[in-house]
Design a protein. Structure first.
Length: 248
């Protein structure tokens, strides 16, 4: 897919999502970004995209609610004229030790890491199927999962369950939407350590990674770019980008 003039929706635009928005803008794409609670970082990214000469705007939405996901997609179609790609990047990653596990932990992880990308992708794919093809396809969807769904670690049970559901959803949706829309997933390990991790915790993770470093936004985003513009022959594929951690 040629990204020049394409319309892309990114769910979440802080950190990695914000960096992706700028890469897409540099390739000529118009970019919309959603946020749930923190508007300021998203608005900053929107301004940077506009400075690159592309259209951009922020959408406030709780995407775990189907009507809000549908509204977000409708705003993209109304503003840009179509939606060519969806990148489901918004996520919550909270430590939930088994001995203190609460039902609310499950609800929160499912809402953010499974319900939100599910509703967003269903709404986006319906809009894509209703539009004319562009470069041979009507659209592309990339979900962001986690390598650990194939080899779970402790203290993140609801998170891993939710991401595992997202993996299955990716495979099933690829079957549903072929041959008009491709659906793929990247499965990163740690990309830019989240602020709740201490230096010692981050170092303990690095010690388990064969490449001996954490990932950068570029590591993940350039794989996403490949799936968006580098190939039109991948669908239902899962790409680990973990520095070899799965092998450790």
């Amino acid at each position: 897919m040629n990204l020049a003039g394409a319309s892309v929706l990114i769910t979440g635009g802080r950190r990695v999502g914000g960096a992706l928005a700028l890469l897409l803008a540099d390739r000529g794409a118009n970019v919309a970004l959603t946020y749930h609670t923190r508007r300021e970082p998203i608005e900053a990214t929107v301004e940077q995209v506009k400075q690159r000469g592309r259209q951009s705007f922020a959408i406030a939405a709780d995407l775990s609610q189907s009507d809000q996901a549908e509204r977000a997609v409708a705003e993209v179609v109304t503003t840009f004229g179509r939606i060519d790609a969806l990148v489901n990047m918004a996520s919550i990653y909270d430590r939930t030790p088994f001995e203190t596990l609460k039902p609310a932990d499950f609800d929160a992880m499912i809402a953010s890491n499974l319900a939100a990308p599910y509703h967003s992708a269903v709404a986006a794919s319906r809009a894509m199927l209703a539009q004319t093809a562009r470069d041979g396809l009507k659209g592309k969807i990339v979900n962001v999962g986690d390598w650990a769904t194939d080899r779970p670690y402790k203290d993140y049970l609801p998170y891993i369950v939710a991401k595992g559901g997202l993996t299955t959803f990716t495979l099933a949706l690829a079957v549903e939407l072929a041959p008009h829309v491709t659906v793929n997933m990247i499965q990163p390990a740690i990309i830019d350590p989240p602020p709740h991790l201490s230096e010692a915790e981050t170092q303990a993770i690095i010690d388990q990674i064969p490449l001996q470093r954490v990932g950068t936004p570029d590591d993940a985003n350039r794989l996403i770019l490949y799936l968006l513009e580098g190939t039109d022959f991948a669908t239902g594929s899962l790409y680990r980008i973990d520095g070899g951690r799965f092998l450790a």
